[in-house]
Structures are given as C-alpha cells and as structure tokens.
Design a protein around this ligand. Sequence first.
Ligand SMILES: [Zn+2]
Length: 452
Amino acid sequence: MDSTNRRSPRLAVLTVTCAFLTIAWGVAASLSATRVRIVTTMSSERAVADAQRFADLASVVAEDLLGRRSSRGPLVVTLYETLAEYQAKDEELTGGDFATNWAFSSRATKESYLALMPPMATPLQDAVGLTFLMQSQIAHEVGHQASYHVLPACAELPLWLSEGLACWVELETMRRAQRMTTIADPPFYSRRLVLVRSMLADRTWPGSAGIFADDYGPLDGARRYAIWSVFCGWLFDEVLRDQRRSLFAQARGIAATTPDARKKLTAIFTKALGKRAATLDAEFAKFVDALKPSWDEPFRATEQRGEDWLTIAFDTSNATCIRVEPVGVPNYTVRGTIEFLPGASSDLRLHVARDAGHELEVHFVQDVGVIAHWNDFGGGGAPGPMGELSGAGPFAFEVRVEPTKATVFIDDVEVSSIEIETPTNGGQVGIGAAAKSAGWWRDLEIEPPPRR
Ligand SMILES: [Zn+2]
C-alpha cells in the first residue's frame, strides 16, 4: 500500500503521544546502529526485535534492487499495537484513505505505518513474535519507503511498478530470512498463486500489456496483489534479472517534473524486454503452470514454523487453510497434536472430506470439548457427540475418515463420531481456527501419505 498524499510531513513528528515517545526512544536508543528505526506502541520485546530484523533485512534487499539512497539516516517504520492507533495516524496523514488497509507508506513523510496483524495480546506476541503476515508486510512497506527515498519521481510511479517492487522486496526478504523457498508453499503466497491460476483459467487475467498500463478492470484487491506478487516478482527475478539494477538506475534519472514521467518509467522496463515482450504472456503462463500451489487460504492466518504450523485468526474472520491437492483415497487418517495459545477464543478447526459443497469440520474447543459436524457451507449440520478437552493441551488427535463416517480420538480415546452424508471419496483436508483463536498444529500427518 502506498500514498500519494503530499501534506506536510511535520504533523507526523509533532503529534506523537507521551507514552509513544518513551517507548520509541527506548527502542531507538538500543538499536541506534540499525538501518531502520522502529517506532512503536507495542510492548513485547520479542515482537519488536522481530520487526527490527525484518525491516533491516528488507532495507538491504531494497538497496540491492534500487541502489543506495543519497541521504543519510535510517528509514522509519511505525508499528501500532492496535488498529485504532493506526487509523488515527492514517486519518491525520491522508484523511483515512488507508483505514482498512492495516499498512501504508506515505510519500509525504517518506515513512511507513502498520497496525499489528492480526491483533495479538502481549502474552501471545511474547510466545510467538510476529506472524509471517506481519513480517512480510513490514518488508513490503520498507520496499515502498526505500523507493520514495531513491526515486525522485516517486509521486509519479505507476502502480504496477510501485507495488511490484514492494512485493519483490517482500518476497525476497522472506526468502533470505528462510521463511520460504518458493511462493507455492506458504499459505499466504500460495493463495496468490491460486488466484493467478484462476484468472488465467477464466481469462480475467489482464495480460502483461494490461498490467503495464495499470488496467486491471474489475479485479479486486486480492487479485491485484496476486498479480503484483506473482507476475512482477517473476519479472524482476527471472526475466529482467541481469538488467534490473541498471533499469532502476535509469528510473532514478527520471525527475518528478519530467513530462510524462509515469509513461517514461514504464517504458524503461518494457523497452528492456525487447522482442521478449511478444512472448512474455506465454512464458508467464508456463512459469505459473509449473508451480503447483500447496494451500488455499481465503483469509491469511496460518503459517509454517519448522515442522510445525501456527494459526492466529483475525478478530472478525475464521481462518481456513486447505491443502489444494485432495487426499485421493476414501479411507484415511489425519493425526497430529494441537496446543492452544492465549486468545480471546480457543477454537481450532480441522477440515476433512472437503469438496466444493461439503466438508466435515472438527472443532477442538478449549475447556469445552470436541465437536464434529457435517457442513454444507450453508450453516452447518447438527453436531456429533461432544468429547472433553480441558486445558490448553497439547492434545494428540486422530481423525479416521471412512466413506460414510468419521471418528475422532483424543489421546487414543474415541471422543466423537459423525456420519458423512455425501461421501466425497477423499476430498481435501485443512486446518484453521475460529475468529480470535490461536494455536499450534504439530506432527501433522495424513495416512496413507498423499501422492503429491
Ligand atoms: Zn504496497
């Protein structure tokens, strides 16, 4: 997200609150040697250290792409613990243009502002640090901010170039931080790949000419970010790899006052494609075809940490992260261990036998029990018997799926069993959580192992 706002940058400096200043000073003083100054209302040292690490790494990545900026002094990223604090700052700087975006960088102040995503209480931040989502969005905003400092015509940047390079910095930061190897793996990016594949399949894909003209038609925000991540990431990473530094050096030569600055900025990159421009769309389709997305996650909440999976749901949306590839056999077992993390709600959910119209949903609810119900996505069927589940765990679970029923075991004891009304002969499996819930999924296993 970025901003074309050109109001006075002084407001941002003058209107910080006292509590804010104290924390900001403490953090800035202890990290004076860093490339990015983190200003924050967050109280978890672990989460703030995490933010510092990803912001610093992103600034190194941005420098690789854009070149070094001439002015001294660190970049500045302000992190708000609550959405309300972020929205107050957005209201002050842009009149509320980014109220529902959770993050933006201002071309006027040349600084970045983010709300903690998803909202997390301090004990949860202390337990897990920042989420994959938050780490990646800090990197994204640092990418924007670096471009504002380096490119004189930053106010004239076409959207595809502005968002494309912020997405590239974001992806490269997550790779260098070893948070991923390919975009097909983390649910957050795998979802974008799913969207790109569906746009190519249903012919709503705008094509490279449409992208370079910033003509996206009626495509929504999620699809636009999918384009900027997957297409622009590929463009800078593979197609223009050897030329990208010299291309951004040329972009630095375009002034804000240059006539047609926006068109000239795009032309630098399209000219560099040469004859390849004619085959670019076919090449991209081939690249996408070879990348099989692992997960589809309509609302970002789930990430991998080593061998474990962590789900932290937003306050207003349930988290659902589904393996794209169906299990492929009618009889199978899903097992693993769950552990609840502190949250306003504690409802982890396993999805099995899922197809386009049905699934069996198993709720693990802390201090309530295990509830399994057949769901047609229209309100859900009657719940099966309830098993007990007291405390935060860990609890070893096992769900045995057969063509007409599923049986749930906790620590080897059968706790729930329910009929599958429309047998799916396999279907998909997934993990998730109710809104406001958080927890770990460990030692996840499907037996027999899927073919993939
Ligand atoms: Zn952006």
